[in-house]
Design a protein around this ligand. Sequence first.
Ligand code: NCD
Length: 308
Amino acid sequence: MRGLNNITDLSPAEIDDLIRVAEDIMTHPDRYADACRGKKLATLFFEPSTRTRLSFEAAMYELGGNVLGFSEAQSSSAAKGESVADTAKTVSCYADIIAMRHPKEGAPLVAAQHAGIPVINAGDGGHNHPTQTLADLLTIHRERGRFEGLTVGFCGDLKFGRTVHSLITALCRYSDIRVVLISPDELRLPGYVKQDVLQASGTPFTETTDLLGVMPQLDILYMTRVQRERFFNEEDYLRLKDSYILTPEKLTEARPDLVIMHPLPRVNEISVRIDSDPRAAYFKQVLYGKFIRMALILKLLNIHVKEE
Ligand code: NCD
């Protein structure tokens, strides 16, 4: 396998394997401490990031490897007009694997076509974010112990929220999933995700603007930030940004075992008063993101560590 562009590049069985390895890393980090000795990860981030880039870097360091890269387009030759293809060819001379984030949809795929090493899509525009999905799946697995039979609510910016597109794509491959889409009219899930993913897989889904009305049905509530950087004008962003703000009061009708998720960063979609609620799982997602990325790096570099 050359890399990871879309979550469907991994079969559900391969995702199960990654989860198993991530959990083994969590319990036996010492076994993995030298697994990537002498290997280098390049993080090519043309867009801002805290968690994704730092968790990739921490992942590689904890595997005994090294990291090089850049965290803004302005400090790379992209600022001089270099193409993504040429950047990928260049970095292939220095590193063993690439994690790339780019504002243009499809840029990591182009990089993968030109790089001689595996390329991981670390978020491409408003399109996909498969490694956040791996972190989300590990979180769901640890919180609920299964993927089947869950009702999952996605709330906020479903139009531009790439984490939403990738997680829906992943979940639709499990049986008996129900999806509830909660957003303002202007920020509804794109038609292509509805048709090619939800309808194509026969996954039942509903669309609503009313979060409180659907709250009692939900096993998982996946909140998202309104993606300011993808708006064409600031006025629309300002009008829509506070469409949904989750507060403890709004959880009165929620299930006692609801799992509240958010890929982060949050702006003000979730009140900080919810952080101490045992149902809040968003900082667990952050931690699990590192372990599942460690498992992914091992898989893509074809490194096998003996589990006992
Ligand atoms: C997300 C992203 O970059 O798409 N962040 C992340 O990687 N955890 C979500 C967001 O920026 O809103």
